[in-house]
Design a protein. Structure first.
Length: 370
């Protein structure tokens, strides 16, 4: 076990060093990750293995104390300590993309860890400040970034995660500090049907709900990212359909209704995308009672709770937008509609949370404006 643990740590350290010398190129350390994964699999662990940093000078892997001389173990230990990590639990079924993301987070200078399906990271109370969470000066810059992210995905089949991290960090910080919240609550006359503005607004309103539920950074990031990309499938629809000023015909609606499937397909083809973004892209037009689209064979299959959060934000943004053939609904009417349809279209507990979060956000934003 001790040799295997040393080998895994050496692969991690070499992977982080390769990542730091070629930060934009995930292939630079994919071999290290694959090698580590091979050793992890060969351990035939029943459930998981655990790395713990217990005090100033010791690190244990599955309870075995590692020697920290001038070894890779020491380098790894120092990295963990610098980031305030006390425990890492890697569970059975861990995938290369997750390990890769974890090592990138550990190697980077930012004090933030994404969420990973098979890796849990516990940090000490005095963790370093997460500097991706700083508010942005202009939402306009974010819209441009989002436009670029959407076009990278649909045209190049690629996603630039550093750009995504920057946008997500700013959106989360903006929600926390109530920057631009008022613009979410008041219908705008211009640009309201713009896909990127819509996506940013849905992301902010989804983050607002998560924040009000008391969720931490890693989950808020995943919720925000899933919301930001929920309509990415629309980039594969004919532009004339998206720009159409009149109501859609039945045939056009049939085409429009493909965007969740297209979006999920686009996102599934990318590495590094949290699975939840694929699920939300697919499910955001399904409803709490199992209806909606895309239709599934298992009609009663419940939407994921994060899809339910995004569906509420999406509804709010869609009906508060002003279109040539339809006036925007007022804030009060939208909230009334949400409450009326809670339990059928939307999760009633989440609607309740949304109503409270909006009441708080609205009064906060109005106080700031005054
Ligand atoms: Fe949609
Ligand atoms: Fe949408």
């Amino acid at each position: 076990m001790i040799e295997a643990a040393e080998k895994i740590i050496s692969c991690f350290v070499s992977g982080m060093a390769n990542y730091q010398s070629h930060p934009g190129d995930p292939r630079s350390f994919s071999r290290d990750v694959e090698e580590a994964l091979g050793v992890i699999k060969s351990l035939n662990i029943e459930h998981f293995f655990t790395i713990t940093v217990s005090d100033e000078n010791s690190m244990f892997i599955n309870g075995i104390r590692m020697l920290l001389g001038k070894s890779d173990a020491r380098k790894f230990f120092l990295k963990l300590r610098k980031k305030g990590v006390v425990t890492v639990v890697v569970s059975k079924g861990v995938r290369a993309e997750e390990l890769q993301r974890f090592l990138e987070d550990l190697a980077s200078s930012v004090g933030f860890f994404h969420s990973y399906a098979h890796i849990a990271v516990k940090r000490s109370e005095q963790k370093p400040r997460s500097d991706i969470f700083t508010p942005g000066r202009s939402l306009k810059d974010d819209y441009l970034q989002i436009r670029r992210i959407y076009s990278d995905i649909s045209v190049k089949g690629h996603i630039e995660m550093t750009a995504v991290d920057a946008v997500m960090g700013r959106l989360i910080a903006n929600v926390r500090e109530e920057v631009g919240l008022l613009s979410l609550l008041v219908p705008l006359e211009r640009d309201v049907d713009d896909l990127y503005i819509h996506s940013a607004k849905v992301a902010m309103l989804s983050i607002l709900q998560g924040e009000h539920l008391g969720l931490g950074n890693a989950l808020l990031y995943d919720i925000g990212l899933a919301a930001l990309l929920h309509d990415v499938g629309k980039t594969l629809l004919p532009p004339a359909l998206l720009d159409k000023q009149d109501p859609l015909s039945e045939a056009e609606w049939a085409v429009m209704k493909n965007h969740p499937v297209y979006g999920a397909g686009l996102l599934a083809s990318l590495s590094k995308i949290p699975e939840i973004a694929i699920i939300v892209a697919y499910e955001h037009h399904r409803k709490y009672d199992g209806t909606g689209y895309p239709e599934t064979r298992i009609r009663r299959r419940k939407q994921h709770i994060i899809s339910q959060i995004v569906a509420i934000a999406d509804f709010y943004c869609a009906v508060s937008a002003s279109l040539p053939h339809r006036k925007p609904l007022s804030h009060t009417s939208i909230m009334g509609l949400l409450v009326e349809t809670a339990g059928k279209e939307f999760n009633p507990l989440l609607v309740e949370n949304f109503v409270r979060a909006m009441a708080k956000g609205k009064s906060g934003a109005e106080t700031m404006k005054a």
